[in-house]
Ligand binder design. Structure first.
Ligand code: K7E
Ligand code: CUA
Length: 685
């Protein structure tokens, strides 16, 4: 709590020391001993330098600005309390950010090659290939929603998953080494959106669909939309022991072509159920060029769309009983089976909804209609009672529809363009308002009523953000026990917040203090994200993670998380030839590779094994071969192998691409590829 005291001291000083500090136009860097000396009278013994007060005055900082700065400032060597795992949007990667400092710690290579990590340049190629689609290399992704693995509904810090909306793929990242271990391509759907979300013990990773299409990437004319186009939700079984999704024990459920959007897993009382919103119950098929209403009008004609209630426990039983079809060899429970087996129900949701968020107690579900200033709160108990009473209508496909009035708990007017909702530990919910460019805090009812003084289901306060917020996240906000503390607004537009960098602007993450600020939330920090459009992120308490400092043993293969049988130990380095097959066994240590000469012939096929035999923290070596598109990051203890065809003769200096020691430049060697008898032919080609 030293920090709070410091904040108080600074505040007091600023107020006492003449905080007639009127906000001014931002100026250039403050001249430390320039004109603004008047306000810089600092009481002796406060610990605050006269310079600090002078800087505050020169920049026109208000006391709030100064506290905001102090709340995010982490002196060198001091670690953040939280880690944010953010989608990297169209970069196809995942960002790791410390909070509250908002320092970028890492960009994890996921769906897209990432040279610093060697990802896709000799390492990780097998994982990237798992994401190939019908043999085509797809090396980008539109990542939307990361999901941290959970145990008992709480983040456990072991794994994180993320989806690729564009190509319906899901990646698994192991948080022992922060590396992508797996990419699965959905065999039934060509795109997705409601992914990834996990069930409370990460039994399943949920991948909901989006734009309806014939299952299995088949062709069908749009005239046959109602009969042949379908939605989908896929449940990927997670094998925690193996650290992989297990396609052999995974299945999907066929859904109506209503454009399912986001899903959330039930928790506590609602555990075993999954909820997905949808936004095209109108089944609009577009065609503005033919005089049809454009999608934006067609899909928002009706006053309501449908939330999908999915009984996952029941679905799993039906799957295990073998009551499914297969599409591209993947099990799919048919829509008719889902209806017959009481797996699927619908309930209306107003108006052009986006997302559904389950409250921490699992009792309520919050849906925002993008064109409705309210959030609608549903009661899980009421849903179950209505289903129990078999009180429903049916839609065109025969799916039971529970009446909104039978399952609704409350509606709260929050503002324009509500999208996503997160929760804190004080009984409040926070909803992003895209059109208002604001975050609304509102009071929850039910068991949360005791936590706050307000009436339940009331708007409490708002804070402006900059600008056009999409998702928001709170600390541990998707768990059964959110932390409160911080909220991050993930803003789509930055406009005037940063120096101009041309017409393509970064997104803007804004850190907001939602604790210890009374009724008001306080904006603390703007973080530009210059890599893509991150949609969602999750924030986890940093002490829940226990990543490795170095790989556990020398010769560790991160792709199997075990020592490789091909690990190279000191004294065992060699080059082995078997016909045209050449194997190089190499070690790396400060500051040399062994061997330093590798002499082969054009036309050889080369398999190269390298082990970094270092045990020192941060003693990473790189390894690049020019012209052959090879660049590795070999962390302490790590073993990597890669292969290539030596089709281009010449002299190639391989070298270490990490500045690892004073003699790093000497960490190099010669790869000599002697021209073969047929070399002229090969060069011409
Ligand atoms: Cu609202 Cu993909 Cu969750 Cu974008 S989604 S914001
Ligand atoms: Cu090893 Cu530079």
């Amino acid at each position: 709590m030293k920090r709070n005291i410091l904040i108080l001291v600074v505040l007091t000083i600023l107020i006492v020391a003449g905080c007639s500090l009127v906000p001014q136009q931002p100026q250039g860097p403050a001249a430390p001993s320039g004109g603004g000396d008047e306000g810089a009278a600092v009481p002796a013994g406060s610990g605050l330098s006269a310079d600090a007060a002078a800087i505050a005055q020169a920049r026109g900082l208000s006391p709030d600005d100064v506290t905001a700065a102090l709340k995010t400032y982490m002196p060198t060597g001091v670690h953040d309390d939280y880690l944010i795992f953010a989608s990297g949007g169209h970069s196809g990667q995942m960002l790791v950010i410390g909070a509250p400092s908002m320092r970028l710690l890492k960009v994890i290579g996921v769906f897209t090659p990432e040279p610093w990590q060697g990802w896709g340049y000799g390492a990780g190629n097998e994982v990237l290939d798992e994401g190939n689609i019908d043999g085509r290399e797809v090396r980008w992704a539109d990542t939307h929603h990361p999901a941290l693995s959970e145990t008992g509904g709480d983040y456990d810090g072991q794994f994180v998953f993320i989806n690729d909306k564009a190509n319906s793929r899901v990646a698994t990242i192991d948080l022992r080494d922060f590396e992508t271990k797996q990419i699965v391509k959905n065999p039934v759907a060509i795109n997705d959106h409601g992914a990834t979300m996990v069930t409370p013990n990460t039994e399943y990773v949920i991948e909901g669909g989006q734009y309806a299409a014939p299952l299995g990437w088949e062709y069908a004319a749009l005239d046959d939309y109602n009969t042949t186009y379908r939605g989908l939700v896929t449940f990927w079984k997670f094998d925690r022991e193996a650290g992989r999704l297990d396609p052999a024990n995974s299945f999907a459920i066929e859904l109506p072509p209503y454009w399912q959007d986001l899903c959330d897993a039930g928790k506590l009382v609602s555990e075993g159920w999954v909820f997905c919103n949808s936004f095209n119950a109108e089944r609009a098929t577009g065609g503005i060029e033919d005089g049809n209403p454009p999608f934006e009008a067609g899909a928002s004609q009706g006053d309501t769309d449908f939330m999908h209630l999915i009984n996952l426990v029941k679905a799993e039983e039906v799957y295990k009983a073998g009551n499914f079809n297969t599409v591209n060899d993947f099990p799919v429970i048919s829509l008719q089976t889902a209806i017959d087996e009481n797996i699927l129900y619908l309930t209306p949701e107003p108006k052009s909804p986006h997302g559904v968020d389950v409250t921490p107690d699992g009792e309520f579900l919050v849906v925002s209609g993008k064109l409705d200033p309210h959030v609608t709160v549903y009661s899980f108990d009421k849903m179950m009672a209505t289903i129990e009473a078999k009180k429903w209508d049916t839609d065109d496909y025969g799916i039971p529809i529970l009446a909104l009035d039978d399952v609704k708990e409350a509606q709260v007017e929050v503002g324009l363009g509500p999208l996503h909702t997160q929760f804190d530990n004080q009984g409040y919910a926070y909803t992003s308002l895209f059109l208002d460019s604001a975050v609304a805090r509102w009071s929850l009812g039910g068991s949360f009523s005791d936590l706050h003084p307000e009436e339940p289901w009331q708007l409490v306060s708002k804070i402006s953000v900059h600008y056009n917020i999409g998702h928001l996240l709170t600390a541990e906000g998707d768990t059964v026990s959110p932390d409160g503390q911080y909220l991050v607004a993930m803003n789509k537009w930055a406009i005037d917040r940063f120096q101009h960098v041309g017409p393509l602007l970064p997104q803007n993450f804004q850190l907001i203090d939602i604790a210890n600020t009374g009724d008001n939330m306080q904006l603390l920090y703007d973080m530009p994200i210059g890599i893509g459009e991150p949609h969602y992120a999750q924030m986890i308490k940093a002490d829940k993670l226990s990543p490795w400092d170095v790989y556990p043993e020398i010769g560790w293969d991160p792709s199997t998380q075990s020592v490789s049988p091909n690990a190279v130990h000191p004294g065992e380095e060699k080059v082995v030839r078997n016909g045209k097959e050449v194997e190089v066994f190499m070690t790396a240590v400060r500051s040399h590779f062994t061997p330093e000469h590798v002499e082969i012939k054009q036309g050889d096929h080369v398999t190269w094994h390298i082990t970094n035999i270092e045990r020192a923290y941060d003693a990473t070596h790189g390894f690049s071969i020019p012209g052959y598109n090879i660049n590795l990051s070999i962390e302490p203890g790590e073993y990597i192998s890669f292969e290539f065809d030596a089709d281009q003769p010449g002299v190639f200096s391989y070298y270490c691409t990490e500045f690892c020691s004073a003699l790093h430049l000497e960490m190099t060697g010669y790869l000599l590829i002697e021209p073969g008898p047929d070399s002229s032919a090969m060069i011409q080609k």
